[in-house]
Design a binder for this molecule. Structure first.
Ligand code: IPD
Ligand code: CA
Ligand code: CA
Ligand code: CA
Length: 271
């Protein structure tokens, strides 16, 4: 980590993610309700998504007022420093709404378009993941110090455990279900965790062999993609491309390419 800016950005992202995680964990109203819907009636936002994004942008702007923001709940500014924060204040809103534990706070810093810092806090696991470009990927847990992350050795594809997610729009979801139907017999099994950022960190931590999803936004993957790559995972989109809304694929080397090829064969990004 030779650039002196990087530790400062990492500390700031960690502070903001931990404070937002505490707010979400401790401040969740017992009668939490849906505040609004977005792309479809099941694409929900709660008051806590909005409160967490405000807390994160306030913490970061206090220290670095010149930086820009891109946040799922509307944070959007260019800034003048060349540095932009990409924020998913609550990744896994549906799990959070139901009281399921798999949700996270995802914060990445991007400099001149390149992701340089990523932090994903998973409060109900007491676990926080982080990576700085070129510095490896790390996790800290409630009962342990910093642990360096590494992907699993690749199994044959038919023994790979692969996670995915489904879009909020019914037609896209129906197509995703069809792709998953074709994929399941060719893998050990499929998981649907409910937080793209956690899925990517679980690939980094060697808890999954791979992950793929269609329809994700930059805030879903910005931090998790860096963490997965710094742990030795390969990530991409359609063959030869970077992750995009069309497709995000991550995997331990040896699983990534055959998985990406199968997704191409099954037309994972077509309607
Ligand atoms: C969602 C989660 C989910 C994924 C969806 C995302 P949100 O984000 O990451 O796992 O399947 O595609 O939109 O809306 O809970 O922040
Ligand atoms: Ca959302
Ligand atoms: Ca998300
Ligand atoms: Ca979100």
């Amino acid at each position: 980590m030779s650039d002196p800016l990087l530790p400062e950005l990492l500390r700031l992202a960690q502070e903001a993610a931990l404070r937002a995680g505490e707010l979400l964990r401790d401040g969740r109203p017992a009668d939490l309700a849906v505040a609004a819907t977005k792309s479809s009636p099941i694409d929900v936002v709660t008051e806590m998504d909005i409160a967490a994004e405000k807390l994160i942008t306030d913490v970061i702007s206090d220290h670095r007022p010149q930086d820009g923001f891109l946040g799922e709940e509307g944070a959007s500014s260019e800034g003048s420093s060349g540095l932009r924060w990409i924020i998913d204040p609550l990744d896994g809103t549906v799990n959070y709404l139901y009281g399921l534990p798999t949700w996270s706070v995802s914060i990445a810093a991007e400099q001149d378009g390149e992701r340089i810092v990523g932090v994903v806090a998973v409060p109900m696991r007491g676990e926080t993941f982080h990576a700085v470009r070129g510095g490896g990927a790390w996790a800290t847990g409630a009962w342990e110090g910093e642990r360096r992350l590494a992907v699993r050795p690749a199994p044959p594809l038919d023994q790979a455990l692969v996670s995915t997610g489904f879009n909020y729009v019914a037609e896209v979801k129906a197509h995703q279900a069809e792709v998953a139907r074709q994929l399941i017999p060719l893998l050990r099994d499929i998981r649907r965790g409910g937080s793209a950022a956690v899925d990517l960190c679980d690939v980094a931590a060697g808890r999954l062999d791979g992950y793929y999803e269609r329809g994700l936004n930059a805030w879903d993957v910005a931090a998790g993609d860096l963490i997965a790559r710094e742990a030795g995972a390969l990530t991409g989109g359609r063959p030869g491309e970077r992750p995009s809304r069309d497709l995000t694929v991550a995997g331990t080397p040896g699983v990534f390419e055959p998985l990406q090829r199968l997704l191409e064969d099954f037309g994972a990004w077509h309607d």
